[in-house]
Design a protein around this ligand. Structure first.
Ligand code: MN
Length: 311
């Protein structure tokens, strides 16, 4: 995914975890990706920039689009982050400058490690179900790893835990007694949780802060109503999350140790200084440093103007 909210707004982000006493609720910001696809961006939010190393949470769809091509994000660059793509419905075709071409479907995981630089496109494949619904999440790489070689991983199957009206898949890191096979660079977790009607207590790691993004249904934690369109910041130090579900609830929960490095995020780049961001943008516009995506037919995206100094 590419940041299509062309506000050229930089985000200086750093861990800002709080205790478990209360849940902080942040409204997601709505945007359109083109093709009728709506996006709700839960991170970064004003007042909450990161959860662990998670620095960007987008929930897209659900959309039924028939024969059209709902998603067509042309080649664009990334540095300093991992993109984590997880689908609830439909399919997306990923192509990148390393030569990977991979269709992702629900229950499967795509993780792209940008490191020092990668280019990719994401589009509805020629053969499709006419539906799309999912999340794309970005993870900031720590300073020691952020200049690593780029890489792409596809995991067609992930561990599933299913019992007592709960179905959980851990797609990144470790949680709920499961470990994702995908490479992670910091202590982190990301999981898809589906709950049937009832009361559910989910154990959480107390040394992680956690955030929750509802993708379908409704639920409650005490007086707090859980529904799509908000980020629920659970803070850290919480041993369990007890939820009441009337019908059905499905959410993505992310967590990790608070990220103690200050990052600067602009467009599709995560770096540490204005100069690094400006260099990456100039390199992209000049056709330097970043390789093309040979399998994509069509023009690449242009970087927005870097209008002011990032700090
Ligand atoms: Mn992207």
């Amino acid at each position: 995914m590419s940041d299509m909210m062309r506000e050229s707004e930089p985000w200086a982000c750093q861990g800002d975890a709080h205790g478990p006493a209360e849940i902080q609720v942040y409204p997601a910001k709505a945007a359109a990706l083109g093709g009728g696809l709506k996006i709700r961006r839960a991170l970064p939010a004003r007042g909450k920039r990161m959860i662990g190393a998670w620095c960007f949470l987008d929930h897209f769809g659900p959309l039924s689009f028939g024969d059209r091509k709902a998603m067509d994000v042309a080649p664009h660059p990334h540095i300093g982050l991992q993109t984590v793509t997880w689908l609830l419905r439909g399919e997306i075709l990923h192509k990148d400058s390393l030569g990977y071409e991979q269709i992702i479907r629900p229950g499967q995981l795509n993780v792209m490690t940008a490191g020092k630089g990668i280019t990719h496109s994401e589009e509805t494949p020629p053969q499709h179900s006419g539906e799309v619904h999912g999340v794309q999440l970005w993870v900031a790489l720590p300073d020691r790893d952020r200049h690593c070689d780029p890489d792409f991983e596809h995991h067609p199957e992930l561990p599933v835990w299913e019992a007592d009206g709960r179905r959980i898949q851990v797609f990144l890191g470790e949680a709920f007694g499961m470990q994702s096979p995908a490479r992670a660079f910091t202590p982190i977790m990301g999981a898809d949780v589906r709950l049937a009607a009832g009361t559910h207590a989910l154990p959480l790691a107390t040394h992680f802060e956690h955030g929750l993004l509802v993708v379908a249904g409704r639920g409650r934690v005490g007086d707090v109503v859980l529904e799509p369109g908000f980020l629920y910041d659970l803070g850290m130090g919480r041993e369990a999350l007890t939820m009441t579900v009337a019908d059905e609830l499905r959410f993505v929960i992310v967590g990790g140790e608070p990220f103690d490095e200050k990052i600067i995020m602009w467009w599709n780049f995560v770096a540490r200084t204005h100069e690094e961001i400006a260099q990456a943008a100039a390199d992209w516009q000049a056709g330097r440093h970043f390789d093309p995506v040979p399998a994509y037919s069509g023009d690449a995206l242009s970087a927005p103007d870097l209008q002011r100094r990032l700090r």
